[in-house]
Design a protein around this ligand. Structure first.
Ligand SMILES: [Ca+2]
Length: 484
């Protein structure tokens, strides 16, 4: 995939490109509370997946918002209005409303420069040299724009089938096949040395950075140290986490692995092809291209380090598959809480839904994301992928994208109310027709980003289509072909 020209593409690829990057809480190094394995009641509850909505684009090269000593304003729960919303924090943590701790507001009283000095002993304790600390921390302004980045995340509502269709898009499947060919030697080497399946790796790469699009497109990249510094200084609830990641980032600089300005990533510090937080870069990263340093911006380093992560932290089992779509006989609960051997599930009447038969699986759980929709047997390697990101739907999108890149068909069973994903030419047609009607999709490249979703929603409202959800699907295409 050639580098996208941000001037030419506008925002339209934003959600394709950044839906992973927009979930900084969910990427590597996510705090422990978000890793809990408790089923959410419904995918539509405030949950991890809601965070897939793209944030407002902030060009990385725009000046960070300057620090102001104006008094901060607080919402009814005492949370700073200019800071990350409680909702984002709650949903990211998977916490129930009402159990959130009120933030410590002391941080708001300390100007950034003072905070930098007060934080210096922590850096010294981590072994970061004073020279590095001063050079980096004295030269930055906190990137306080990160506080507002979740504001647009709930703008569009998505059903599970829409969530999956938009992420396992025709563009991602096609591009994934190209990447598979292009990097086959590397992927073979990773399979040989780590035992992690190439389709899982490519699926994860596609979801985390749209195969590196995020890395190449400055629109989606910002310097992570000013962002982490702003969060460590000003996000009271997760301060400990942000402080640790800021220190990890400074260790990376201190070791000479990267210059601060090279460390670009999401607003929460996830970097490179597979969205590594600094902690992962430090502890799991791998120099796989042999240039003597570990870098998340190197495709070999990123993919090999990610395989290593799946093995060491996700307990990936070599030689097993993630699972498969299955048909479930009546009377069997698919609540993903029961673990049984594959043979036990077979004896219970569970059947593979696709033509490939049962995969290689040890113990597995049975999971049906939506009543009446497709069901899945999920094994340890599905959970390994989920260790990368605690959302089940996100993990399903990764492994399904991997299967589709391998050449498998879409799910055999339909989600209730669901429809097939539009093809790349069909999405282009939607964009072209909308553009001709005066709805600005920001381009017609066949990838659905925020501009296209807004244009569709405006069209739906004008045409009287309900719900006006911004989803680029068959109903909208059909209506567009009929004209307004
Ligand atoms: Ca390297």
């Amino acid at each position: 995939m050639p580098r996208l020209d941000p001037e030419r593409t506008g925002h339209r690829e934003l959600s394709e490109a950044v839906d992973a990057a927009a979930q900084p809480w969910l990427s590597l190094g996510v705090p422990v509370e978000a890793e809990q394995d408790s089923p959410r009641k419904a995918p539509r509850q405030p949950g991890y997946d809601q965070l897939d909505q793209p944030p407002v684009a902030h060009a990385f090269n725009s000046a960070p918002a300057s620090f102001s000593l104006k008094p901060m304003r607080y919402d009814s729960a005492g949370f700073p209005l200019s800071a990350l919303s409680r909702r984002a924090l709650l949903t990211a943590a998977g916490a129930a409303a009402g159990s959130v701790l009120l933030p410590d507001l002391a941080f708001a009283k300390q100007p950034f420069d003072q905070w930098v000095e007060s934080f210096r002993p922590r850096a010294q304790k981590r072994g970061i040299s004073d020279a590095t600390y001063s050079r980096v921390m004295k030269s930055i302004q906190p990137d306080t724009s990160v506080y507002a980045l979740d504001q647009k995340q709930d703008e569009f509502h998505e059903d599970t089938w829409q969530y999956l269709n938009r992420r396992v898009s025709d563009w991602r499947v096609r591009t994934g096949k190209e990447k598979l060919r292009e990097h086959s030697a590397l992927l073979s080497r990773i399979e040989r040395e780590f035992g992690v399946d190439r389709y899982t790796i490519v699926g994860l790469w596609g979801m985390e950075s749209a195969f590196g699009d995020v890395v190449l497109n400055p629109k989606h990249q910002r310097p992570i140290i000013p962002a982490l510094a702003a969060l460590a200084w000003g996000d009271a609830r997760r301060r400990t986490y942000w402080e640790q990641e800021l220190l990890n980032a400074l260790v990376i600089v201190d070791r000479g692995w990267a210059q601060p300005q090279e460390m670009q990533g999401s607003w929460a510090g996830a970097m490179g092809h597979t969205a590594w937080m600094p902690e992962v870069w430090l502890n799991i990263g791998k120099d796989y291209d042999g240039d003597g340093r570990i870098s998340p911006y190197s495709i070999p380093d990123a993919l090999a380090g990610t395989a290593r992560y799946l093995i060491s932290r996700g307990k990936y089992v070599k030689g097993q598959d993630w699972g498969c779509e299955v048909r479930v006989p009546p009377g069997i609960k698919a609540d993903r809480s029961t673990t049984r051997s594959l043979d036990a599930w077979k004896s219970a009447g569970v059947q593979p839904a696709g033509p490939r038969g049962f995969p290689r699986l040890g113990n597995a759980r049975l999971w049906q994301p939506v009543d009446g929709g497709p069901a899945f047997l999920i094994g340890q390697n599905f959970l390994a992928v989920r260790s990368y990101n605690p959302s089940f739907n996100y993990a399903l999108a990764i492994v399904h994208l991997g299967d589709r890149i391998r050449g498998d068909a879409p799910f055999a069973q339909q989600f209730p109310g669901g429809e097939r994903a539009l093809t790349l030419p069909e999405i282009q047609e939607v964009q072209q027709r909308l553009t001709r009607l005066g709805f600005d999709t920001g381009g017609t490249d066949g990838r659905v980003g925020r501009d296209t979703m807004v244009a569709i929603r405006n069209f739906q409202k004008r045409a009287g289509l309900a719900p006006a959800d911004g989803y680029a699907g068959l109903k909208v295409l059909t209506r567009l072909r009929q004209g307004l």
